[in-house]
Design a protein around this ligand. Structure first.
Ligand code: ZN
Ligand code: FE
Ligand code: FE
Ligand code: ZN
Length: 266
């Protein structure tokens, strides 16, 4: 049984990652992967929107870097993708991005709960003190539900990202998860098991078991991603992610070519 594809990794173009795609690919080969995918942070309609993504004019450089890795390592399947921020109103922009290159998949991620607050940004950690965690969760999952239902994405990234810093609401969030996963199931959208959460204060895979159990019951497909921002993070903690998926009942995972999903045994 081969390792599931690592479909979430970054490049230095996003300004907070190190190592070229060829370095990530070499690491993946050393670990025994047969497939990986690059999903760097996509450009926004305005380049000054924030400082942690590639600029619009760098999109072709990004594709060229991934193509270079594909040429250097023909023995490894390397997919071309983007991690695209979902904000309500950005739908046309996201469609225009989709038309610019023959992408294998889009990961739709919510980082922003307003135009000004990216909730996972350590520089904005103090914002959490001004807000009620339950309210943040509600806005977050409303946006995630819209993202899943939009049909713009193949995979929804790190579905319970608001837990990153270990701040959690006291209330039961199951109704939020239900609504989001119902939308994902209807749209045929997958969710990812993202091991980056294990490297953050929450010390947990995104998503947690509670959300993943609902996903399994609704037949929402899963992918795997390290969210590597350095070559050493490729495939990190995949054994734990695979064990979690199997323990809730998953026996299959999905991967993508030119935005068509294919299943593989887990
Ligand atoms: Zn990043
Ligand atoms: Fe992300
Ligand atoms: Fe990422
Ligand atoms: Zn990410």
């Amino acid at each position: 049984m081969s390792l599931p594809a690592d479909l979430h990794m970054h490049t230095p173009l996003c300004r907070h990652a190190v190592g070229e795609p060829v370095d990530y690919a070499q690491r993946a080969l050393d670990l025994g992967f047969t497939e990986i995918g690059f999903s760097d942070h996509s450009p926004m309609p305005r380049d000054d929107f924030d400082n942690w993504r590639m600029q619009d004019r760098q999109l072709d450089d990004y594709v060229a870097k991934v193509r270079l890795a594909q040429q250097k390592f023909p023995q490894l399947t390397i997919r071309l993708a983007l991690e695209v921020d979902y904000l309500p109103g950005h739908e046309d922009w996201i469609r225009s991005l989709a038309a610019r290159h023959p992408w294998d998949y889009f990961i739709g991620s919510v980082h922003y709960v307003s135009e000004a607050w990216d909730i996972d940004n350590p520089a904005k950690l103090s914002e959490w003190k001004k807000r009620d965690a339950y309210e943040v969760w509600q806005i977050y999952f409303d946006r995630l539900t819209l993202a899943a239902a939009s049909g713009l994405f193949d995979i929804i990234g790190h579905a319970d990202l608001p837990k990153k810093f270990g701040i959690r609401p006291a209330q039961d969030c199951t109704p939020f998860y239900d609504k989001f996963l119902e939308a994902a199931a209807t749209a045929g959208c997958a969710i990812e098991l993202n091991t980056a959460g294990l490297r953050k204060p929450c010390e947990e895979i995104y998503p947690g078991r509670d959300l993943l159990e609902i996903a399994f019951n609704k037949h929402v497909p899963i992918t795997f991603g390290s969210d590597a921002h350095a070559p050493t993070e490729v495939g990190m903690n995949f054994a734990q992610a695979i064990a979690l998926a199997r323990s809730v009942g998953y026996t299959e995972t999905v991967h993508y070519k030119l935005r068509q999903a294919e299943s593989a045994w887990l």
